[in-house]
Design a protein around this ligand. Structure first.
Ligand code: AMP
Ligand code: GLY
Length: 423
């Protein structure tokens, strides 16, 4: 088979790495890819949001299956266009992608189908929103309706912070049209976990659980980021909790979508808060999580291509189970100086080979490029150094040993990835 992976981050490197292990695969392309992906796939200079450029490429190169990494092409309807052209593509269609692209759609669907989630109201007027904030008080959570590159959520500790968020989203329009409508919701308290499933809207297969680390600094301090590390399994997701999440969040959502006439094919990602009243859905993503995928795929023993193909064909019932390596996996993100604000680029990365020589270590590239024989930084999140160990503790130790082999100017990383699992 000839596979095209769309995207350029650590998630896509992990996907390409796993796809490369499939017996079914002869050739992998990645658009646009990065310096690490280039070692396993032919990188093509087409942007991930250039739906028609990707379609033309897939047609010309006789691609058997396209796998979409990021949300933007899904929200733009890449799946609809590929299906129209008779091409196979793994991911949800445009209407289904609204689950991530519109938080209003997502929350209203949850409310309609009784998916446990934070109490909320939708606003299209800043005055009404601020009146409501006055009424409910702080803390509360303000969310832009549309896609905002992971920055559209403000957990406000004070009424002033909440009002400022409303002003910036609705009046200063920092996210453009994505902030035309907002949601104000109850602030939930608890630990977070990420549950992903692969589905063809009938059969649902859960991936191993994971926990992300969204804040830039140790002990969950500082600014929000795209994710500074992850580990799998998330020990707080016990078998009982997983059953509850599957029943109350995953199945109700997929069945609810079906009742709305929306068949969901692809990966469905539920961000869950484990509250005292039980698990509640914080949000949905319509794609593999990043960096959760980097911590999950090294544990997957089943052939991912076979599973994605079956889901794409609506034949997922053919796959009875996914098989997992019982070991734990930890992924530590190495970031550029300045990230998550403005960051430096084009710094030479040293020690990659030494790190990769260590047992059970794989280094996924998030933001790198090749320049001659060198690998340079090209993004805010640069690398996802990933290690397997017999326990979480073992995986943590091995992974940080590998991180310590790697260096570039002003590199920074969290030193406590996975430590919540040890408490
Ligand atoms: P999102 O970008 O939608 O993943 O949200 C970013 C983060 O905001 C989540 O991972 C949570 O940490 C936090 N968050 C979102 N909604 C709530 C909520 N209702 N209560 C508390 N924290 C929340
Ligand atoms: N790790 C969170 C996300 O992929 O959005």
């Amino acid at each position: 088979m000839r596979i095209l992976v769309v995207g350029s981050g650590g998630r896509e490197h992990a996907l390409v790495w796993k796809i490369a292990q499939s017996q079914l695969v002869d050739k992998i392309f990645c658009a646009p890819g990065n310096g690490g992906i280039a070692q396993l796939a032919e990188c093509i200079d087409i942007r991930a949001d250039d739906v028609f450029g990707l379609l033309e490429f897939a047609r010309k190169e006789k691609i058997d299956l396209t796998v979409v990494g990021p949300e933007i092409p899904l929200a733009l309807g890449i799946v609809n266009e590929f299906i129209k052209a008779g091409l196979k593509i793994f991911g949800p269609n445009k209407r289904a992608a609204n689950l991530e692209a519109s938080k209003v759609f997502s929350k209203q669907l949850m409310a309609k189908y009784n998916v446990p989630t934070a109490a909320f109201e939708v606003f299209d007027s800043p005055e009404e929103a601020k009146k409501y904030i006055e009424k409910i008080g702080a803390p509360c959570v303000i969310k832009a309706d549309g896609l905002a590159a992971g920055k559209g959520v403000v957990v406000a500790k004070t009424i002033k912070e909440a009002n400022d968020a409303v002003t910036s989203m609705m009046q200063d329009k920092v996210f453009g049209d994505a902030g035309k409508k907002i949601i104000i919701e109850e602030c939930l308290i608890g630990q977070e976990a990420s549950i992903m499933v692969i589905t063809d809207s009938k059969q649902v297969l859960a991936l191993a659980s994971a926990q992300d680390h969204k804040r830039i600094l140790d002990n969950d301090q500082g600014a929000n980021t795209g994710g500074m590390g992850a580990y799998s399994p998330a020990s707080i997701v016990t078998a009982d909790i997983l059953v509850e999440v599957m029943e109350k969040v995953i199945y109700r959502t997929i069945d609810g979508l079906a009742k709305e006439g929306i068949g969901y094919r692809g990966v469905l990602y539920a961000g869950i808060m484990l509250t005292k009243e039980g698990p509640k859905a914080l949000e949905f993503n319509v794609r593999f999580g990043d960096p959760e995928t980097e911590a999950i795929l090294p544990r997957l023993k089943s052939d991912l291509v076979e599973v994605m193909m079956a889901a794409t064909d609506g034949q997922l019932t053919k796959v009875k189970n996914l098989f997992w390596d019982p070991r734990a996996c930890v992924c530590v993100v190495c970031a550029s100086g300045g990230y998550p604000g403005n960051y430096a680029k084009d710094k030479e990365i040293k020690g990659l080979k030494e790190a990769e020589k260590l047992n059970d270590i794989v280094v996924f590239h998030s933001g790198t490029k090749k320049a001659g024989n060198k690998i340079l930084t090209s993004g805010g999140r640069v690398l996802g150094v990933t290690g397997l160990g017999s326990t979480i503790e073992d995986a943590i130790n091995k992974t940080y040993k590998a991180v310590n082999k790697i260096s570039f100017e002003d590199m920074h990383f969290r030193r406590d990835i996975g430590s919540k699992a040890l408490r």
